[in-house]
Design a binder for this molecule. Structure first.
Ligand SMILES: *Cc1c(COP(=O)(O)O)cnc(C)c1O
Length: 459
């Protein structure tokens, strides 16, 4: 195989046998999660919502964590995912750049989220969990965990953000097909849901609200645990299989990417594609640019602050050190539902703090235009979330053209958009508008964290 190869595959024995934990390689240790008084939260406290085997991964600083055989065998049904060269897109742009993408859309649920859904359900099964609860934004995580729970024989209830529940009815049907129950959040079944409805009766819902509901349900029901689809360390850990495979695939064609791009909602697919390459940056063996792309409507890294904040509206989670717009922030109803989250994963936030990555924010009309270009050049219809990575890759490819420079671009195609065609419809009918986070909004959106503990000065 050489760099002209348009699809690079790996065999089962070439699939990674361990996940990569970037926490082992940071020059400064990460700040711990804390409670409202600023005291570090001990790992055991997380045992109320997650099984202890996942809590151990959450706090681990081991560099490599073995992937259990049972998990590997299930992932092998669709992994390793192809590394594809977007020759059609290169031609359409007339760029000298080589554009590659990791195709995570090939999983049965249509996105990268199965990479953590399968191991989370597995670790819950061996810990004796009988029922799980979770939230879902665009519906990708709910479908992925429905599949994971089905394979491991665990019941599942999904709290789905109302805006997506309405916009994406087909996702509910997938969850139900795989045996899960799916509710529009906020519901009146939880105190968190009832409180939100009393304060904001017209709310479109948000991931923060749905998380509160799912956690409340988990802690108040027997043999029930909660599963989170992004943000936490163990979730990002499971996603590193993406970048580990990509490195092997690039090795086969004798190339190494100059730029690595991922869209960033809670940060998991971005971490998945980029952390194994950031390991090389930390080791000093190569120095690729690493770019996280967030939506202009929810720009936590480019406009937010690095602070302690809760992961959810009702503040059920410990306070996490992260870039945030404030846990009460409810972003505009953009079509990339999976990117409508107020905060960025602590591991990604820490890596940004250490200068290991860049962030940019893009408006949705440019992203849908990029998705259309990609769909017409490559045939694949990307998820609206993934279109943010594509738009950034197109900007890079156009810059390469202007500079007359060759470069190798890698982006993560986090999922397909076959169930998100209503966004495409709005775009094609000219009804799509851009939403920007107004700098004046920041003070208001951060008001909810002003009395929370602060990271130590100089951090
Ligand atoms: C959930 C989702 C995202 C955003 O979540 P991250 O944790 O930031 O990866 C991006 N793309 C797709 C297709 C998703 O389903």
């Amino acid at each position: 195989m050489n760099s002209e190869t348009i699809r690079v595959t790996l065999n089962e024995d070439e699939m990674p046998k361990a996940w990569y934990n970037i926490a082992a390689d940071f020059s400064k240790p990460m700040l711990p999660p804390v409670d409202a008084s600023g005291k570090a939260v001990p790992p055991e406290a997380l045992g109320a919502i997650f099984p202890m085997n996942l809590v151990e991964q959450e706090v681990s600083t081991e560099r490599w964590i073995p992937i259990p055989d049972e998990v590997r065998h299930i992932l092998y049904r669709w992994r390793p995912t192809p590394l594809r060269r977007a020759v059609g897109l290169e031609r359409a742009l007339g760029t000298p750049a080589k554009i590659y993408f990791k195709d995570e859309s090939v999983s049965p649920a249509g996105s990268h989220k199965t990479n953590t859904a399968i191991p989370q359900a597995y670790y819950n099964k061996i810990a004796g969990t009988k029922r799980m609860t979770t939230e879902t934004g665009a519906g990708q995580w709910g479908t992925a965990l429905a599949l994971g729970c089905k394979m491991m024989g665990i019941d599942l209830r999904v709290y789905m953000v109302k805006i997506s529940f309405t916009q994406k009815p087909l996702r509910q049907l997938i969850m139900r097909t795989w045996g899960a129950e799916c509710l529009s959040s906020p519901t009146t079944l939880t105190k968190a849901g009832r409180d939100v409805l009393a304060r904001w009766p017209d709310t479109e819902g948000s991931l923060g609200i749905a998380i509160s509901e799912a956690i409340e349900d988990a802690v108040s029901s027997p043999n029930t645990k909660y599963g989170l689809g992004s943000v936490l360390n163990h979730v990002l850990l499971h996603q590193t299989i993406i970048g580990l495979e990509a490195k092997e695939q690039f090795k086969k064609i004798g190339l190494y990417p100059d730029v690595i791009i991922g869209c960033a909602g809670g940060g998991s697919n971005f971490a998945g594609i980029s952390f194994p390459f950031i390991a090389d940056k930390i080791a000093g063996s190569s120095n690729p640019r690493v770019v996280a792309v967030e939506p202009a409507a929810c720009p936590k890294m480019t406009k937010g602050v690095f602070a302690y904040d809760a992961g959810d509206v009702a503040m059920m989670t410990p306070l996490l050190p992260m870039y945030t717009l404030g846990h009460e922030y409810q972003p505009a109803a953009i079509h990339a539902g999976g990117l409508r989250y107020h905060g960025m994963a602590p591991l990604v936030s820490h890596a940004r703090h250490e200068g290991l990555l860049e962030a940019m924010a893009l408006p949705q009309v440019e992203c849908f235009a990029a998705a259309m270009t990609f769909a017409n050049a490559e045939g694949l219809i990307p998820a609206p979330e993934s279109s943010h990575a594509i738009a950034a890759a197109i900007r890079e490819a156009n810059a390469a053209k202007e500079e007359g420079k060759e470069k190798t671009i890698l982006f993560n195609l986090s999922g397909h958009g076959l169930l998100d065609l209503s966004g495409y419809q709005s775009y094609m009918e000219g009804r799509l508008i851009d939403h920007y986070f107004d700098d004046a909004d920041l003070k208001e959106s951060l008001a909810c964290i002003k009395d929370l503990p602060k990271p130590p000065p100089g951090y």
